[in-house]
Design a protein around this ligand. Structure first.
Ligand code: CMX
Length: 440
């Protein structure tokens, strides 16, 4: 067994015993109440999942295994001294629950390099799609084509003891993460760069090599990819992509099927697709106003027009967060460090000064502050990465780290099939009248 697999196994076994004890001693304790409004309105605030890799606080933002993003920037190994964290290190932290040494992070880099071969039929499957297919559709189709390689699916069909499920799930997760940058870069080069592909560079780290395969050699772009892949990786368990991966995995669908399902959710405009919508919205604003340097007054008017048209302002609001997303702040810091005079980045900052009071004044929006998607596109455009329909694929590659580390935990802790209860409005009406108590 590999070093990391051994460590994960030991951690998971200890955790499993602990959880059994917790359930035995405290299993009957109530963790909250559920109101009818919550049942009808997207289950906001209902605690119903365990996700070990990260925890989201409404005021403070995300913590990965207890560490905030600025702490990770200090404590995780980096490719460049004092530079952005290596996503390999974050994955180790989420999977093993301990901060990695530089050696641990480098070990993951080499494991992923070793496992990164993508079989030809995956590229052929992507090639069968018309060029105007959305990159997220190509990406999920590519992941589904890769499912032929699932160790878990093969082991299950041969017959595997349920105690050992985690083992091929772990291998599938590592294989999948290792191969995703190649699939994503292939789609990018096929769709936008004349189908001219770039071979991987075995000397680079996971995110650096991803930048290289997409055709971006600038060192600061590689740093951006390391930061991007780190901050988008996980956002606790209830968001659509993480929850879907977990839910589908609970049916013992293998990691390829589960992750692809999750990424179909990420491709929705209220979730990960918002990163493309933000840049599209800014470009449309620039076109309408006839300037690439709009004033705050012009932006305010455009925001009003967006709201009057019954549309959302992309990149703003959140189902859990109630302050500026620290992932937005980390990108703002990157912008300040590398491109403080960039016009588009400055527009994003002006939008940040303009939008929250307008949304607040509507009185119904619970969080008027920017989320992660409000900033990412402008940083990419700075490097000439203007193909905004591709942005959600970058998010998806990063999100694999969190949802697949979680999937390893789900199987190692033997979490059962997920199956909450649903009701009909007819049964709700009977319950309100006191005539139906079956689901109380
Ligand atoms: N612009 C306009 N209206 C907004 C809004 C925004 N940015 N954010 C919320 N609202 C509206 C909602 O549509 C809802 O309106 P109705 O009552 O008319 O249906 C009302 O305000 C209350 O919504 P909420 O409780 O504050 O927000 P939700 O938890 O329902 O939704 C989210 C959260 C993210 C879907 C929503 O804020 C939104 O649509 N934002 C824009 C899209 C976006 O940026 N998504 C990315 C989120 C991060 C990610 O997952 O990547």
């Amino acid at each position: 067994m590999g070093i990391i697999k051994d460590k994960f196994k030991a951690k998971a076994e200890a955790s499993s015993i602990e959880i059994k004890d917790i359930i035995k001693e405290h299993g009957n304790k109530k963790i909250g109440e559920v109101t009818l409004a919550q049942v009808y309105q997207g289950m906001r605030g209902i605690t119903g999942l365990v996700t070990e890799t990260s925890l989201l606080d409404a005021q403070e933002g995300i913590r990965f295994r207890g560490y905030t993003i600025p702490e990770l920037q200090q404590k995780l190994p980096a490719a460049i001294k004092g530079g952005e964290p290596l996503p390999e290190g974050l994955f180790y932290l989420m999977l093993v629950g301990e901060l990695p040494t530089e050696e641990d992070a480098n070990h993951i880099t080499s494991v992923w390099q070793r496992r990164s071969h993508v079989p030809n039929h995956v590229f052929a499957t992507i090639d069968a799609l018309p060029l105007n297919t959305h990159p997220m559709t190509m990406f999920v189709v590519g992941v589904m084509a890769l499912q032929t390689e699932s160790n878990f699916a093969k082991a299950y069909s041969k017959g595997i003891n349920k105690k050992d499920y985690w083992d091929p799930i772990y291998d599938d997760s590592m294989d999948l993460i290792a191969r995703l940058p190649r699939i994503a870069a292939y789609i990018y080069r096929r769709k936008y760069k004349n189908n001219e592909h770039i071979q991987p560079n075995g000397l680079l780290d996971w995110a650096g090599n991803f930048a290289h395969m997409m055709g971006y050699e600038d060192e600061s772009f590689k740093e951006l990819m390391r930061l991007y892949m780190t901050i988008h990786a996980d956002h606790e368990g209830g968001n659509v992509s993480a929850h879907t991966t977990h839910l589908v995995g609970s049916a013992l669908s293998d990691p390829f099927l589960s992750y692809a399902a999750g990424m179909n959710g990420l491709a929705g405009p209220l979730h990960g697709l918002a990163n493309q919508e933000v840049i599209k919205w800014i470009y449309e604003m620039q076109e309408k106003l006839g300037t690439d340097d709009p004033t705050k007054e012009q932006i305010a008017q455009y925001v009003q027009d967006t709201l009057t048209a019954g549309k959302v302002v992309p990149g703003y609001g959140h189902a859990v967060l109630r302050k500026t997303d620290p992932r937005f702040e980390a990108q703002m810091e990157f912008g300040n460090k590398h491109m403080a005079d960039d016009k588009l980045v400055n527009t994003v900052w002006k939008i940040y000064e303009t939008v929250p009071p307008i949304l607040q004044s509507l009185g119904k929006i619970k969080n008027p502050w920017p989320n992660v998607d409000a900033h990412s596109g402008a940083l990419l455009v700075h490097y000439g990465f203007v193909e905004y329909e591709f942005y959600t694929v970058l998010f998806a590659v990063s999100r694999a780290l969190g949802v697949l580390a979680s999937l390893c935990w789900d199987r190692a802790l033997a979490f059962p099939l997920e199956r909450p209860k649903s009701v009909t409005t007819a049964s709700v009406k009977l319950w309100i009248e006191g005539k139906d108590e079956i689901w109380e």
